[in-house]
Design a protein around this ligand. Structure first.
Ligand code: NAD
Ligand code: UGA
Length: 457
């Protein structure tokens, strides 16, 4: 039996360890966190995050070989392998503020591991980190007078929220980076052996430490870049009567480009794309690679432009004023199938509409509580309404901001009837049947498509 510990019971730590515990019944998997309420939730019937399929996996392994605990020090002492999955947000102060990764939680964890260890351990970077963080980690861990040896391995996580369990069960690849020394290679093999319980060998890639760390930042940068690229095209489509869905299909059928991640939208959200790209930008600047830094920074700027452009289109379509108008926002989560609202474009749109003095109503199947918390004082000016029909009643406009499939299945005839006329619909995710809405009487504005308006002049 191997004692596996994960420090950090968040969106990554919880689901990844639940899947490892499911497939490795002979190992003991403990997940710890400083947040006692979160651990209590992991131990309850109401898990702290919503992920399709998560409950089933947790129910299967919890109490068998999966444990959620707040006892960090004791569990460090007992562990053979420690995954570190704490948050690595953008630094808000000092050198690199607004771009660099804030590594204070990371360093604290390294020191805590050192203090509580009496046996050698493999320490696994699961969090997304700047390239060469493992070196700093090694230097801290090696600075001990206990003659203890630690091997640092990088095993970045590629799961996407909303499909976390599916992605873990059937990953495109698992990436494991380590030192070329015999001890480093033994540590890499220990991590390979865990994943080999269910991941085919050809999908387990091993590299050196730095390639592994950098590949995680590179993957997120490339994914986000595709969205910014298609969104830049969507702006041009709106000026030229080209249709972004047709353009995406036309370019995506080129096997070199491929069809995925070409959905034009109100913008990408989520806790990682922006943070990780800015981290990459900072690294490029740190090494004096200013052109490379500017290239990647533009991906984030384009995303901010797309969000701002979406609201500005709303205001100008609605006769240049939304003050006092009820506007129903369909969606608060940053994407479908998650309750996560971090960096959600829906909340950015909400904040701008509040500045324009609109009366904002938000509906979302799972993310309303998180949205309320995130909006802080501004939440007082917002109505949170779980029922989309009630949210749209007496509204001047509906804006679809999260691609929840259920929003496409609503009875828009009933919604149209309950709204103030002329009724506007802004589809920030291009998930609705625009022709049908237009036929019902809506004035329809989608991303990257010519508007469909029922005005006679
Ligand atoms: P999260 O905020 O959901 O979870 C992090 C957890 O770590 C929190 O519960 C926090 O209380 C805990 N924590 C912080 N310091 C601690 C300490 N010293 N001891 C114990 N617990 C501590 O974050 P997340 O979304 O799970 O992301 C974690 C890392 O994984 C980040 O680096 C992120 O970039 C990366 N990542 C996230 C995703 C994703 O989809 N969310 C995907 C891939 C990679
Ligand atoms: C993303 C990556 O897809 C994961 O591989 C990575 O592990 C993770 O970041 C991370 O490091 O945190 P995630 O942010 O959970 O996962 O979700 P995505 O599916 O990538 O969507 C991100 C945002 O882009 C969402 O707001 C989504 O609506 C938007 N999006 C996505 C588009 O606007 N268009 C698309 O074509 C695809």
């Amino acid at each position: 039996m191997t004692n596996i510990l994960c420090i950090g019971a968040g969106y990554v730590g919880g689901p990844t360890m639940a899947v490892i515990a499911k497939h490795c019944p002979e190992h003991r998997v403990v997940v710890v966190d400083i947040n006692a309420a979160k651990i209590a939730a992991w131990n309850s019937d109401r898990l702290p995050i919503y992920e399709p399929g998560l409950e089933e996996v947790v129910r299967l392994a919890r109490g068998r070989n999966l444990v959620f605990s707040t006892e960090i020090n004791r569990n460090i002492a007992e562990a053979d392998i420690i995954f570190v999955s704490v948050n690595t947000p953008t630094k808000t102060f000092g050198q690199g503020a607004g771009k660099a990764a804030d590594l204070q939680y990371w360093e604290k964890t390294a020191r805590q591991i050192l203090e509580n260890s009496t046996t050698p351990k493999v320490v696994v970077e699961k969090s997304t980190l700047p390239v060469r963080t493992a070196q700093a980690m090694e230097r801290i861990l090696d600075c001990n007078n206990k003659s203890l040896h630690f091997d640092v391995v990088s095993n970045p996580e590629f799961l996407a929220e909303g499909t976390a369990i599916k992605d873990m069960e059937n990953p495109d690849r698992v990436l494991i980076g380590g030192r070329g020394t015999p001890s480093g290679q033994k540590a890499v093999q220990a991590i390979v052996d865990i994943y080999a319980h269910w991941v085919p060998h050809e999908r387990i890639i091993t590299t050196n430490l730095w390639s592994s760390e950098l590949s995680k930042l590179a993957a997120n940068a490339f994914l986000a870049q595709r969205i910014s690229s298609i969104n830049a095209m969507s702006a041009l489509c709106e000026k030229t009567e080209a249709d972004i869905t047709e353009v995406a299909r036309a370019i995506g059928t080129d096997s070199r480009i491929g069809p995925r991640f070409l959905r034009a939208s109100v913008g990408f959200g989520g806790s990682c794309f922006k943070k990780d790209i800015l981290n990459l930008v900072y690294l490029c600047e740190y090494y004096g690679l200013y052109e490379a830094a500017a290239y990647w920074e533009q991906v984030v700027k384009m995303n901010e432009y797309q969000e701002a452009r979406f609201v500005s289109n709303m205001v100008s379509a609605m006769f240049n004023t939304v003050a006092g108008k009820r506007i129903a926002l369909f969606g608060a989560a940053f994407k479908a199938n998650t309750s996560d609202i971090r960096e959600s474009p829906a909340l950015a749109v909400c904040r701008t509409l509040l500045e324009e003095r609109a009366q904002v109503v938000i509906t979302d199947p799972y993310a309303l509580d998180n949205a309320r918390d995130d909006l802080g004082d501004a939440a007082e000016q917002v109505v949170f309404e779980p029922d989309p029909y009630a949210a749209a009643e007496d509204a001047h406009a509906v804006a679809v901001l999260t691609e929840w499939p259920q929003f496409a299945e609503l009875d828009y005839e009933a919604i149209y009837k309950s709204m103030v006329k002329p009724a506007f619909i802004f589809d920030g995710r291009n998930i609705l049947d625009h022709e049908k809405l237009y036929a019902l009487g809506f004035n329809v504005y989608a991303v990257g498509k010519p508007p469909l308006t029922n005005f006679s002049n």
